[in-house]
Design a protein around this ligand. Structure first.
Ligand SMILES: NC(=O)c1ccc[n+]([C@@H]2O[C@H](COP(=O)([O-])OP(=O)(O)OC[C@H]3O[C@@H](n4cnc5c(N)ncnc54)[C@H](OP(=O)(O)O)[C@@H]3O)[C@@H](O)[C@H]2O)c1
Length: 283
């Protein structure tokens, strides 16, 4: 049996992993909440990693409040950078392979073609900066690591764009959604499945990988499809980023090239529309 530790069990991604565990019989999972395992506390990490022998640690813990991070710089850094560093150092000491999740926000979105893993990073805000520092600290501390950058994560769990749109559809007659930011929505359950496949493959091709669902859309297109699938009558207006100012600047174009992980695991990545329909059914 492959022994797997998962951090932040109440977060969106960890809950998706939990929902898939019955489909993977050769893994034994230990899920820890943020109060059982605080990744910013070295003693706490060592207690958990020392309690039993783990093959993998999947780090789902992160400071994910992108706008609030512009004010809570120290806290965002503590979790996304220093927490990731501590976890990687402890994984090194306890011989554990770390699977860490990062973000498209490490890029500035000024490219016109899909980002490769090897492309230059240039985060625009505190969240992206702290996530990038986390990536760098992990690759310095630990050879046995996989960093999976993903984008526009949503699911039936936690707070996300899909759930916000469904809530607003019940509360409002119309809504404005940004049409000039392009990305690839990712169903967190698809990402969870890929993480499990990665462990199952036992590959040792460590490093950075990109994973998102297939296809490019704006937030407006994403919202439009959500309302269509749900037969919502809400009036949807396309607005521009300048009409919806936020504390954190978002990348305008954050498509990531996913060929590296597709080839590694022989994946056929689902198109975003297909996965969205699946997520709405699961909701
Ligand atoms: N959501 C997106 O659109 C998106 C896009 C790209 C990448 N990502 C990345 O994907 C990963 C998973 O995101 P998600 O959407 O599942 O996030 P999420 O739902 O916001 O969950 C984050 C979890 O981290 C926990 N946490 C915070 N500080 C912690 C600490 N010091 N120790 C242990 N746990 C801690 C939180 O617990 P408490 O609530 O108890 O504090 C929460 O359960 C993250 O690395 C994120 O950066 C997300």
């Amino acid at each position: 049996m492959i022994q797997v530790l998962v951090t932040a069990k109440d977060g969106q991604l960890a809950q998706c992993i939990q929902s898939l565990t019955t489909q993977y019989h050769n893994f034994q999972f230990v899920f820890k909440s943020s109060s059982d395992l605080d990744i910013t506390n070295k003693t706490n990490i060592e207690e958990v990693l020392g309690a039993q022998s783990f093959d993998y640690c999947i780090n789902c813990a992160a400071y994910t409040a992108v706008d609030k991070a512009e004010e809570e710089i120290e806290l965002a850094d503590r979790v996304n950078h220093l927490g990731a560093k501590l976890l990687a150092e402890s994984c090194h000491s306890f011989n554990v392979t770390l699977i860490h999740i990062s973000t498209d926000f490490v890029f500035d979105g000024k490219s016109s073609k899909a980002y490769l893993e090897s492309d230059n990073t240039n985060p625009l805000g505190v969240y992206g900066i702290t996530k990038l520092k986390g990536e760098q600290a992990i690759s310095k501390a630990l050879e046995r690591h996989f960093i999976i950058r993903t984008s526009w994560l949503y699911s039936e769990f936690g707070n996300n764009f899909l759930k916000t749109m469904l809530r607003l559809a019940n509360q409002r007659d119309d809504i404005g959604v940004v049409g000039d930011q392009i990305g690839s929505p990712t169903y967190a359950r698809d990402l969870a499945d890929v993480i499990l496949k990665l462990m199952e493959s036992k590959t040792t091709n460590y490093g950075v990988y990109h994973y998102s669902n297939e296809g490019e859309v704006s937030w407006y297109d994403f919202a439009k499809e959500i309302f269509e699938v749900c037969n919502s009558s809400i009036k949807l207006n396309k607005i521009e980023t300048k009409d919806y100012p936020t504390p954190a600047v978002r990348p305008k174009y954050s498509i990531m090239n996913t060929q590296k992980i597709s080839q590694l695991l022989d994946l056929k990545i689902p198109n975003w529309k297909l996965s969205l329909a699946q997520a709405i059914t699961n909701l």
